[in-house]
Ligand binder design. Structure first.
Ligand code: GLA
Length: 402
C-alpha cells in the first residue's frame, strides 16, 4: 500500500472512531438520565410473593390512582417473579395464561390508562429465583418484547447465574433495553455481592445493596435452605453507612423494597423504616396491600414532607454522623441548604438523643429553624443543636434550616 492510501485508511479509521464514540457515551447519558429522583411505586413480592395475577395488579393500580398514592408520587406498578411460565418455540417469553389471560400488553395499557407506569421482573441467570424462565441468552429478544408491551421499569434478579460476571451480565441487559429506544428504568437486583455501587452507574438506575429485607425491626433470619440471611430493617440501615458517595441522580443505592403495612413492625418502627429510606435517597417501592391500608400505614406511605426529603433534587444520600450504643444521628444535605436529620433510638428503653449543628457541618453558633416531619409542626429556632426524648425503636425526623 503506498503512503497516499495508507493515510486515507488511517484517516477513515479515525473518522469512524470519532463517529462511534458518541454512541457509547450517548448510551450512558441515556441510562443516567432516567430516574433523576429515586423511583417510587409498588411491587408485588413482599406481600404476594408468587401469587400474582392481572386482577391483583389491576386492582392495585385502581387503588393507587385513587387512594392518594399516585398524587403523593408513587408511579411504577411492578409485577415481581412468577408472571412467566415458559418460552415458546421462537424463544419468546410467555406469561402465565391462567393468571394473565388478557396478556401483558393489555395489562400495561390498563396501568398507563390510570396515569401510572408499568414494571416487570426477570433475572440474569437461566431461571428466576422462583424457578421461572429467565433472561440469560435472550436479553435482546426480551428487551424488544418488554418495549412492545409498554414496560417502563425492569427489575433484574441474580439467581441461577452460575459463574457469570455481574457487570458483564447487567451491561448486556442495560444495552439491550437502551437499544429498544424505549426509556426503561433498570433495577439491578444483585444483592450487593459484587459491590454494584462500584460499577453500576451508567448500567443501572438503582442497585440492591443487600440481601432481601424481612418484615421485622432487627435481626437476621436464615433462609429455609439454611443459607444466610433475610435482614431486619435496621440491619439494612447499618449496611448503607459508607455507601453514600456512590448514589446520585439517575443511579441510586437500593436498600430493598418497603415493608410498611405488612404487619411485622409497630407503627413507630415503620415510621423509622420510611424515614431512613427517605434520608438514604432510596427508591420508595411500597410492598404492602395498598388496596386495604390502615390509617397509620397510609399516613406513613403518604407523608409528603418525608417523601419530599427522599425526592430532593440535590439527590445526595444521607449518612450517619454520630453513634453511641443504640443511639444514632443521621443527616442528609438538601438542595435549599437545609438538612434532613434523623435521631434514632434502636434500644429497648426510652432515651434522649441530641444533634449539634457542627455534626451537620454548620457553624456551632448558628440558630436554625426546626420542623418536625412526622408531627407536621414548626418547633421554633434553636442555637447550636437540638435534643429530644425518643421512645424505644423510634425516630424523630426534622428539617433543620439555618
Ligand atoms: C429475590 C429478590 C427478591 C424477589 C425474589 C423473587 O429474592 O431479591 O426481591 O424478587 O427474588 O423470587
Amino acid at each position: 500500500m503506498n503512503r497516499f492510501w495508507k493515510r486515507i485508511w488511517i484517516g477513515l479509521i479515525v473518522l469512524v472512531g470519532i463517529g462511534l464514540s458518541p454512541i457509547t457515551s450517548f448510551a450512558q447519558i441515556e441510562r443516567d438520565s432516567l430516574a433523576q429522583t429515586p423511583p417510587m411505586g409498588w411491587n408485588s413480592w413482599n406481600k404476594f410473593a408468587c401469587n400474582v395475577s392481572e386482577d391483583l395488579i389491576k386492582t392495585v393500580a385502581d387503588a393507587m390512582a385513587t387512594n392518594g398514592m399516585k398524587e403523593a408520587g408513587y408511579q411504577y406498578v411492578v409485577i415481581d417473579d412468577c408472571w412467566q411460565v415458559k418460552r415458546d418455540d421462537a424463544g419468546n417469553i410467555v406469561a402465565d395464561p391462567k393468571n394473565f389471560p388478557s396478556g401483558i400488553k393489555a395489562l400495561a395499557d390498563y396501568i398507563h390508562g390510570k396515569g401510572l407506569k408499568f414494571g416487570i421482573y426477570s433475572d440474569a441467570g437461566t431461571k428466576t429465583c422462583a424457578g421461572r424462565p429467565a433472561g440469560q441468552g435472550h436479553e435482546y429478544q426480551d428487551a424488544l418484547q418488554y418495549a412492545k408491551w409498554g414496560v417502563d421499569y425492569l427489575k433484574y434478579d441474580w439467581c441461577n447465574t452460575g459463574t457469570r460476571n455481574a457487570e458483564e451480565a447487567y451491561t448486556t441487559m442495560s444495552n439491550a433495553l437502551l437499544s429498544t429506544g424505549r426509556p426503561i428504568v433498570f433495577s439491578l437486583c444483585e444483592w450487593g455481592t459484587a459491590k454494584p455501587w462500584l460499577w453500576g452507574k451508567g448500567i443501572g438506575n438503582l442497585w440492591r445493596t443487600t440481601g432481601d429485607i424481612g418484615d421485622r425491626f432487627m435481626g437476621k433470619d436464615k433462609w429455609p435452605d439454611g443459607s444466610c440471611c433475610q435482614l431486619g430493617m435496621a440491619d439494612i440501615v447499618d449496611l448503607q453507612a459508607g455507601l453514600e458517595t456512590f448514589s446520585g441522580p439517575g443511579h441510586w443505592n437500593d436498600p430493598d423494597m418497603l415493608e410498611v403495612g405488612n404487619g411485622g413492625m409497630t407503627t413507630s418502627e415503620y415510621r423509622a423504616h420510611f424515614s431512613f429510606w427517605a434520608l438514604l435517597a432510596a427508591p420508595l417501592i411500597a410492598g404492602n396491600d395498598v388496596r386495604s391500608m390502615s390509617a397509620d400505614t397510609k399516613e406513613i406511605l403518604e407523608n409528603k414532607e418525608v417523601i419530599a426529603i427522599d425526592q430532593d433534587a440535590l439527590g445526595r444520600q444521607g449518612r450517619r454522623v454520630w453513634k453511641q450504643g443504640d443511639l444514632e444521628v443521621w443527616s442528609r444535605p438538601l438542595k435549599d441548604g437545609s438538612r434532613a436529620v434523623i435521631l434514632f433510638n434502636r434500644g429497648a428503653a426510652e432515651a434522649e438523643v441530641g444533634v449539634t449543628w457542627e455534626q451537620l457541618a454548620y457553624p456551632g453558633h448558628l440558630s436554625a429553624n426546626l420542623r418536625d416531619l412526622w408531627e407536621h409542626k414548626d418547633l421554633g429556632s434553636f442555637a447550636g443543636g437540638y435534643k429530644a426524648k425518643l421512645a424505644s425503636h423510634s425516630v424523630v425526623m426534622v428539617k433543620v434550616t439555618p
